[in-house]
Design a protein around this ligand. Structure first.
Ligand code: GDP
Length: 367
């Protein structure tokens, strides 16, 4: 389901398929639903549920992934009707972040986000049964329901309590790590080395560009979200000034709010930069939409006040008419290809021109 046009829905679905493949799934079939509003009970409409169940049966799929965030009850209702596991976009993205987190802090943050997503979705037999029987066990039929409900609820309560304890512990740990991070941050600020943050939609080519600009061996993957933890490299301008370049977390449309929260401290580092190099994939069907999505997240962490340099990457692969359109739209953007090296020298010059010139001590000369 999407509030946009069918083309938006197709692009979004293609991206969802790429996300699912990144998470290790094999994608069998895509279905699009046209509606002005998601169905309150099952997210997609009743006719579509039947169509989906038929598709699941004919393909032998074991999971259905929905492009959106489903409420706990929509997820449950849909699972009951189509009889296979249902995953929403949020859970899928959380899963990918969990697979790719490398640093201790990154791992803790993703686990926290996953648990926060999980708590309202926890359910046990007890809950399912008390719903069927009106909440109090009346009319529980064969008595098995009543018998089952007790232990079920106890187990659910224990699970909830365990998760809450774990959440509290993770929060404490993350706070501790934040203190260390903040200290490092103020040290960086104090030593006045200008910093450039490379931001951009996931798969736009941020890591490739960082490699091109600094010759660093950062992992480049044709998978969404290869980058989770920031990688910082030092490099020197032609005039010898040293500055740092950091590759930031990949952005994605509808980044789950749990993750925006979790990665706030990582993203906030962007807000400390002297310049944001915003990388756009020129070969993507809708680069403008990606730019909007990234700017939204940048604004959330207060990085929208910083000078921004738009860089259209993959100029080697983008259609000519797209490049012409983007040039008209963003006359100040630099067009490059991290693959062929086209435009990289110009990019380096523009970056250097935009960096703050270090303060120079001027001695007053008295004649
Ligand atoms: P990130 O997620 O933004 O860090 O993107 P990556 O640097 O990992 O690149 C994502 C994919 O795009 C990889 O398959 C790269 O090989 C590819 N890519 C990066 N830059 C270019 C480019 O200039 N041209 C083309 N054709 N592909 C590129």
């Amino acid at each position: 389901w999407t509030s946009g046009t069918v083309v938006d829905a197709e692009n979004s679905l293609t991206e969802l398929a790429a996300l699912a493949e990144t998470a290790g799934s094999q994608v069998l079939e895509g279905l699009i639903q046209r509606r002005s509003q998601p169905d309150a009970a099952t997210f997609i409409g009743r006719g579509k549920v039947d169509e989906l169940r038929a598709a699941v049966e004919s393909t032998g799929a074991d999971t259905v992934i929905c492009d959106g965030e489903l409420s706990p009850s929509q997820l449950r209702n849909l699972e009951e009707r189509i009889k296979v596991k249902v995953v929403d976009r949020t859970a899928l993205i959380l899963d990918i972040f969990a697979q790719h987190a490398k640093s201790k802090e990154g791992k803790a943050q993703v686990e926290l986000a996953q648990l926060q997503y999980l708590v309202p979705r926890l359910r046990g037999w007890g809950e399912a049964l008390s719903r069927q029987t009106g909440g109090s066990g009346r009319g529980g039929g064969a008595g098995g329901g009543v018998g089952l409900r007790g232990p079920g609820e106890t187990k659910l309560e224990t699970d909830r309590r365990r998760i809450r304890t774990r959440i509290a512990k993770l929060k404490r740990e993350i706070n501790g790590m934040r203190v260390i991070r903040d200290t490092k941050r103020s040290a960086r600020r104090a030593n006045t080395v200008p910093s450039v943050a490379i931001a951009g939609y996931t798969n736009a080519g941020k890591s490739s560009l960082l490699n091109r600009l600094t010759g660093a061996g950062v992992l480049v993957e044709d998978a969404l979200f290869a980058t989770l933890d920031t990688a910082t490299r030092r490099t020197a301008a032609r005039d010898g000034r040293v500055y740092t370049l950091s590759d930031t977390v990949g952005f994605v449309r509808h980044l789950p709010h749990q993750l925006v929260e979790a990665f706030r401290s990582t993203l906030e580092e962007v807000a400390d930069a002297d310049l944001v190099v915003h990388v756009v994939d020129g070969a993507h069907p809708d680069p403008e939409e990606q730019v909007r999505a990234v700017r939204e997240v940048l604004a959330e962490v207060g990085a929208d006040r910083l000078p921004e340099l738009l860089v259209v990457n993959k100029a080697d692969a983008a259609p000519q008419e797209t490049l012409l359109r983007l040039k008209r739209e963003w006359p100040d953007a630099v067009f490059v290809s991290a693959h062929t090296g086209q435009g990289i020298e110009e990019l380096r010059e523009v970056i250097e021109d935009k960096l703050p010139v270090p303060a120079v001590e001027v001695l007053a000369c008295v004649p």
